[in-house]
Design a binder for this molecule. Structure first.
Ligand code: AMP
Ligand code: ZN
Length: 113
């Protein structure tokens, strides 16, 4: 996807410090952190959001496997963390490349669910 910022970050076209990387998934720190730990986990391939993931595609499993590794690496596995993906306008999705927020490092307080 020509001018997608997360495509460029995930595939090294724009240099960034990777928190995690494998053949399919990349993770980097959020520019505007909402907690002491705020990491974005993204597929290297472009999907607008989870609505683009077709039946039989295992990218979500790959992303959650990466989240498991990242949680241990960042030492938030014991204290806990939240994973959020915004999908579409009402959810407030601002970057149209599927991403999963890992939020941690403080009591996360009020929840919607
Ligand atoms: P969302 O509202 O779920 O679409 O989240 C988009 C997130 O991407 C926000 O938390 C932004 O702070 C973050 N963001 C936007 N541009 C960048 C960037 N260049 N590097 C890191 N994070 C970014
Ligand atoms: Zn993209």
């Amino acid at each position: 996807m020509g001018d997608c910022i997360f495509c460029k970050l995930a595939n090294g076209e724009i240099p960034t410090e990777m928190v995690y990387e494998d053949d399919f998934v990349a993770a980097f720190k959020d520019l505007n952190p909402q907690a002491p730990v705020h990491i974005l986990v993204v597929p290297k391939k472009h999907y607008n959001n989870i609505l683009d993931v077709e039946n039989g595609d295992d990218i979500i499993a790959k992303i959650y496997s990466a989240i498991n590794v990242i949680a241990k690496k960042e030492n938030i596995d014991k204290s806990g963390f939240r994973v959020i993906t915004n999908c579409g306008e009402d959810a407030g999705q601002t970057v149209m490349h599927m991403h999963f927020h890992i939020i941690a490092g403080r009591k996360l307080g009020d929840k919607i669910v």
